[in-house]
Design a protein around this ligand. Structure first.
Ligand code: CMX
Length: 444
């Protein structure tokens, strides 16, 4: 069989780690590392450590680090296409998967592997063609991923009989094939809905992001550069976010990567998670309409934010379950906008929103984080390059998120992580626990 350098590199780092983890649990498993309050149980398990994720770690104040590297460090250090200023997403995938900063050659290997594995079977397009055009692009994306499941190497191998130790091997094939295929699927959905069903063939000479931009119909260099940044920035946000956790949870039942990723995408499609990127643009366009299309003044903007809150809605793109400062992914996009599109009106409004919203949200006691997240900026960049169809934006997020959640899923299987099955209690059971705790714990 042909050698696969990426697979060999993964086996080199993952297999000894699996043995090390097993030993670690044997010697340290009895230590108590957390005590959680009833409030935390009711708060969606926020802050509870309930899983081990290797690919990235989120610090509330500093933001995300991928294998220890911050966003500015990654923008500087990850390999780039000749002449480009932004990293190739192949590099962040390699970093997350192998845990080592990739060389140019490593990134070329990933690029070539994905180009080779990118064929999408016809029945996937036929499935999409049966859906009403009004089906939301994220629903189409999830259905297409499910249709691709016929190709699962893991599912076929498991059916034949698979040793637990070898799960990771056929998982690797699925992970690489799935990531390779997603840009084609996503571009098909985009052009089917918005470009009269006229499709563009892939160009195997292009890197993953540039080829995606090309198939979407955006061949200018600037959009390709932006796409490389976009697909790098959205790749991962440690293990507990809805898309990562859903992928991990479903994968823990040994559902193959296609089934697991579709679950993650159904979570990403929620407005409190990835769909917020389309909601931000909708909110900005509504705001502009409200003021007859003009760029609003700061006072008008403040009034509009208050109106949103008084109507019982959230200000999209602001707040976060973990972050307590401005998201460095937002800052990277703002810096990109200031460099490449300083006069863009929507980007200026995004900046103005950033100057206005945190102060207002800070004044509302219940809101834990008044600062912008990744979704507050991305839409304005896309509009600048001509992609106005904001219902599609979360699909772009999904293509990028595949990099982190698929790398994590492969680690889950390589380390032999078990079926996930947290305990639950009834309300009566919770009241009993509270009464027992009240008898021995100090009253607040
Ligand atoms: N605008 C108005 N109210 C907000 C708010 C915002 N941007 N962010 C939080 N709040 C409200 C919550 O709705 C909640 O209200 P209730 O108690 O009445 O339900 C309260 O403040 C407390 O929320 P929190 O503890 O600060 O935040 P959570 O961890 O519960 O939720 C998030 C985090 C992201 C869902 C929330 O901040 C939000 O809804 N933001 C807007 C949507 C958004 O941008 N989502 C994208 C996040 C990034 C991503 O995953 O892509």
């Amino acid at each position: 069989m042909k050698t696969d350098k990426i697979k060999d590199a993964f086996a080199r780092v993952a297999l000894p780690k699996a043995a090390e983890t097993k030993e670690f649990i044997k010697t340290n498993g009895h230590y108590i590392i957390g005590q959680y309050s009833i409030e935390q149980v009711y708060s969606g398990m926020k802050g509870m450590i309930g899983m081990v994720t290797e690919t990235s770690k989120l610090d509330p104040d500093e933001g995300i680090r991928f294998r220890g590297y911050s966003i500015p460090e990654l923008r500087a250090k990850l390999p780039k296409a000749p002449g480009d200023t932004e990293p190739l997403p192949e590099g962040i995938f390699y970093l997350m998967l192998i845990g080592e900063m990739p060389t140019d050659e490593d990134v070329t290997n990933v690029s070539n592997a994905w180009a080779r594995r990118s064929n999408v079977p016809k029945h996937v397009f036929d499935t999409l063609d049966k859906l009403p055009l009004t089906t939301h692009p994220m629903t189409q994306f999830s259905i297409a991923v499910m249709a691709l499941q016929t190709e699962s190497v893991f599912a076929a191998s498991y059916r034949k009989g698979l040793n637990k130790k070898d799960y990771w091997d056929s998982m690797y094939e699925d992970v690489m094939n799935l990531i390779a295929r997603l840009p084609r699927v996503a571009a098909y959905i985009y052009r089917r809905i918005y470009k009269n069903n006229i499709h563009i063939e892939p160009d195997p000479k292009l890197d993953w992001a540039a080829n995606f931009a090309h198939m979407l119909g955006y061949d200018d260099y600037d959009m390709k550069r932006m796409m490389r940044l976009y697909l790098t920035l959205h790749a991962d946000h440690e293990g507990g976010n809805v898309s990562a956790h859903a992928t991990h949870l479903v994968g823990s039942a040994l559902s193959d990567p296609y089934l697991s990723f579709a679950a993650g995408m159904n979570g990403l499609a929620g407005p409190l998670h990835g769909l917020a990127n389309q909601e931000v643009v909708r909110w900005i366009l509504d705001l502009r309409n409200y003021y007859d299309g003009a760029k609003p003044t700061k006072e008008q903007l403040k009034d509009y934010v208050m109106k949103t809150i008084e109507e019982g809605k959230v200000v999209p793109g602001y707040g976060h379950a973990v972050l307590r400062k401005t998201d460095p992914r937002f800052l990277a996009q703002m810096e990109f906008a200031q460099t490449y599109m300083p006069d863009d009106e929507n980007c200026q409004i995004v900046k103005m929103v950033y100057e206005v919203v945190p102060e207002i949200l800070s004044g509302i006691k219940k809101i834990k984080n008044p600062w912008p997240n990744v979704d507050a900026h991305s839409g304005a960049l896309l509009i600048h390059y001509g992609m106005q169809e904001y219902d599609f934006y979360t699909v772009l997020f999904g293509v990028s998120r595949s990099l982190g959640v698929m790398a994590s899923l492969l680690w889950d299987r390589a380390l032999g992580h078990p079926l996930e099955r947290p305990g639950s209690v009834t309300f009566e059971g919770m009241k009993e626990k509270a009464a027992k705790a009240a008898a021995v714990q100090p009253q607040v």
